[in-house]
Design a protein around this ligand. Structure first.
Ligand code: BGC
Length: 762
């Protein structure tokens, strides 16, 4: 293999400029004379979509067959990093078999609004869950010798205007909500690459955002790979390169390379900037090809299909299950009516750049028929067409079948035209035709289980009114039909828990009035109150809370111990026992939420900080131990411009969803925190809250007209009225006359004391 530094030192400016822009839709430019091979990049992320031989770049669905694993909205609901790692490893095998060096994924953008057309490609509304799952997926993939490209960095939370809209987001919100999934994946799994998003952030395109691509990504998180543009995201290649972009994709037929070489010649781009980017591509190329050349070991598609089936079941969320309606008894007499075209034509993946040509697809109907063969009769009727048009004939036929059946399983969902990359949804309702049919079927046979296939959440309360059980399968990949049969018949457990709140109405969502914004700007006005953080803060009822999902068995939680080894350090160990209290084996996801009881900043009611999926046999118990680190107690403190833990009480709650908390314990952290330095722009209230500052202020003012100083002692009402005014203004509009020297002395005295900030309310 070539030596990257040696190759760089021998390359011409033209060669380097060519290297930092793609050679084609999916390849980088190699440097033949120096033995530098070209890399193949491919979408991802739920299956490999290597473009078929001879496919044109607009022919996006002509790809080589590959396993279509469950999409991220599904695997996000698995809450199972080990499963994601297995999927990553299987994808690496298929990448190797198909000659792919970098798989473009995972996508870790936060589900800000349920309307985002690409929510099916993203894991969660919570950054810790998204980040841990992504890190596991990347580790599995990269251990197999294939690079990941974590995307889309950053604040790409909608499809409307995605190539020109500016996400207007404050730094605290970025740091607490939109960055951590990237940060956890970068620091925990070191992806080969990060893909910048199309959109701008606070006015600067992500592809030209130096603070984002260099200061935060490399400076704060230590990223060492290369940054690739989203396909076609680069407007100004010179500005992008300077800001920290390393590879523009796809290739621009030499246009960008010429512009970059020209800029170096003209002195408007330093060759050092070009070297930096070219060096990163060379290093990544050497690393990715180090263990193997062009060899293509065969992938085991049969084993991957089994994995896809297991993963789909682990990701399926049983939302309701009245009196144990599911699982169905395959030996029970009577006809099983299967109604809904989705049983026959499965919806198992989303549209756009993640679309995979599956190796094999099996419909739930065929799987069910095979599974109950000889024991129960299954009668299928489509009930509706996938285009949403009403069909009285199909409806009547469905009612006839339902009337004669012992039990009905209805397959409802969204079709591919209703959600995809490239546009957002306008509603989160299921199609009216399907809901009408459900109501009509329920009137003739109330024994109904509903199976849902959709990427973004749909409103479920109308469905639940008419169904005894509702099983959310998401877009569960090529083997989801088998997983449905497994779950309906109790061969497998519904292992999923919601990674996203299901609201009662779209208008309950915190981004409702700010989504998708104007063509140029979208204001993230809800700030860090995204998903359950908002529903909990506002005390809103929801259809199903974040973390919810039923099992076929039940679980008990007991004996919580939250221990802080050293109160001066923000670290704790949380241990508790989970017991399978039901009659069959199953899994639960134990979730740990942290609340800063004494917070001086506005913080969410609770935030997910740790979780563990626990599989237990009937009657079995297991002790679970999880660690909380400093970051788990911190918030992004804009005044100090860093993560801060405030001393005080924190509540640690453990449970089976964000609203099913079974155990809680308070811990006290006596972490040292030096006060924010006071300035003349600090408010009078901030000055008077600290003894040293108050004394210094009073001393400085005793010589002047003492309207204000009198107020300190005597007039509380006046004091609270002016408390929010910066001291500079108080001094300016009052007649208090403080000389520059007195002001300097006052500032020194006020800031001399290094004791912790007093936190209001304590
Ligand atoms: C998408 C990316 C994708 C790329 C290449 C873009 O339009 O946003 O997610 O990886 O195309 O297909």
């Amino acid at each position: 293999m070539f030596d990257p530094s040696d190759a760089l030192s021998r390359m011409t400016v033209d060669e380097k400029a060519a290297l930092v822009t793609g050679a084609s839709m999916w390849t980088t430019a190699g440097v033949e004379r120096l033995g530098v091979p070209s890399l193949v990049l491919s979408d991802g992320p739920h299956g490999v979509r290597r473009a078929a031989e001879g496919a044109s770049s607009s022919d996006i669905y002509r790809t080589e067959p590959a396993t279509a694993f469950p999409t991220a909205c599904a695997t996000g609901s698995s809450w199972d990093p080990a499963l994601l790692e297995e999927i990553g490893a299987a994808l690496a095998d298929e990448c190797r078999a198909l000659g792919v060096d970098v798989l473009l994924g995972p996508g870790v953008n936060i589900k800000r609004s349920p309307l985002c057309g690409r929510n099916f490609e993203y894991f969660s509304e919570d950054p810790v869950l998204a980040g841990r799952l992504a890190a596991a997926w990347i580790s599995g993939l990269q251990r197999g010798g294939v690079g990941a490209s974590l995307k889309h960095f950053a604040a790409n939370n909608q499809e409307t205007g995605r190539m020109r809209v500016s996400a207007e987001v404050d730094e605290r919100t970025l740091r607490e909500i939109y960055f951590p999934a990237f940060e956890i994946a970068v620091t925990g799994a070191r992806p080969a690459s990060v893909m910048c998003s199309y959109n701008a952030i606070n006015g600067t395109p992500a592809a030209e955002h130096e603070w984002l691509l260099t200061n935060v990504l490399r400076g704060d998180w230590g990223f060492e790979g290369f940054v690739v543009s989203d396909w076609g995201a680069v407007g100004d290649p010179v500005a992008s390169l300077r800001a920290g972009l390393d590879l523009e994709m796809p290739g621009t037929r030499g246009r960008t390379a010429a512009a970059l070489a020209g800029a170096v010649a003209a002195g408007t781009l330093s060759e050092a900037d070009l070297d930096r980017a070219a060096g990163r591509i060379l290093r990544a190329t050497a690393d990715l090809r180090a263990g193997h050349g062009q060899d293509r070991p065969a992938a085991d598609f049969g084993r991957h299909d089994d994995l896809a089936r297991r993963a789909a079941a682990e990701s399926a969320v049983l939302l309701t299950n009245e009196n144990g309606f599911l699982p169905l008894d395959p030996g029970r007499g009577g006809t099983l009516a299967v109604i809904g075209e989705f049983a026959h034509t499965p919806r198992f993946q989303g549209g756009g750049s993640s679309h995979v040509r599956p190796v094999r697809v099996r419909a739930a109907l065929d799987e069910l028929v095979a599974a109950v063969a000889g024991r129960r009769e299954v009668v299928f009727t489509p009930g509706f067409t996938l285009d949403g048009a009403a069909s009285p004939a199909l409806r009547d036929e469905a009612l006839g079948v339902a009337t004669a059946a012992e039990t009905v399983v209805m397959f409802l969902g969204l079709n591919e035209a209703q959600e995809s990359e490239g546009f957002d949804r306008e509603s989160i309702d299921l199609p009216a035709v399907q809901l009408d049919l459900l109501r009509a079927v329920a009137a003739v046979n109330p024994r109904i289980a509903v199976v849902l296939s959709n990427g973004g959440v749909v409103l479920t309360r109308h469905v639940e009114r008419h169904a005894r059980a509702v099983l959310e399968m998401w877009l569960g990949g090529q083997a989801s039909g088998g997983a449905v049969a497994d779950i309906l018949l109790g061969v497998a457990e519904p292992g999923g828990r919601l990674a996203e709140t299901i609201p009662l109405a779209l208008s309950d969502n915190p981004s409702y009035v700010n989504f998708p914004g104007t063509p140029d700007q979208v204001l993230y006005g809800e700030r860090h109150y995204v998903g359950y953080r908002w529903y909990d803060k506002a005390g809103r009822e929801v259809a199903h809370p974040f973390g919810h999902g039923l099992s076929y068995t039940t679980f008990g939680y007991s004996d919580l111990r939250a221990e802080v080894p050293d109160p001066a350090r923000a670290e704790a160990t949380v241990a508790f026992t989970v017991t399978n209290t039901g009659g069959r084996a199953g899994s639960d996801v134990a979730q740990v939420y942290v609340t800063d009881v004494d917070a001086s900043a506005d913080r969410p009611e609770r935030e997910l900080k740790a979780f563990r999926k626990v599989r237990l046999a009937a009657g079995e118990s297991r002790r679970v131990e999880l660690r909380l680190t400093e970051r788990d107690f911190a918030f992004w403190d804009v005044r100090r411009n860093r993560w801060t833990v405030e001393p005080g009480t924190f509540r640690v709650a453990v449970g089976a969803s964000s609203r099913d908390l079974r155990l809680s314990a308070d811990i006290d952290l006596a972490v040292p925190l030096s006060p924010v330095p006071l300035t003349l722009d600090s408010t009078l209230g901030e000055w008077t809250a600290r003894r040293a500052a108050r004394d210094a202020l009073q001393r400085a003012m005793t010589d002047g007209d003492d309207r204000i100083s009198r107020a300190f002692g005597a007039d509380e009402a006046l004091l609270s009225m002016v408390a929010s005014m910066p001291l500079r203004r108080v001094l300016a509009i009052g007649t208090a006359d403080i000389s520059d020297d007195a002001a300097t002395a006052m500032l020194e005295q006020a800031n001399a004391e290094g004791r912790p900030d007093p936190v209001p309310g304590r």
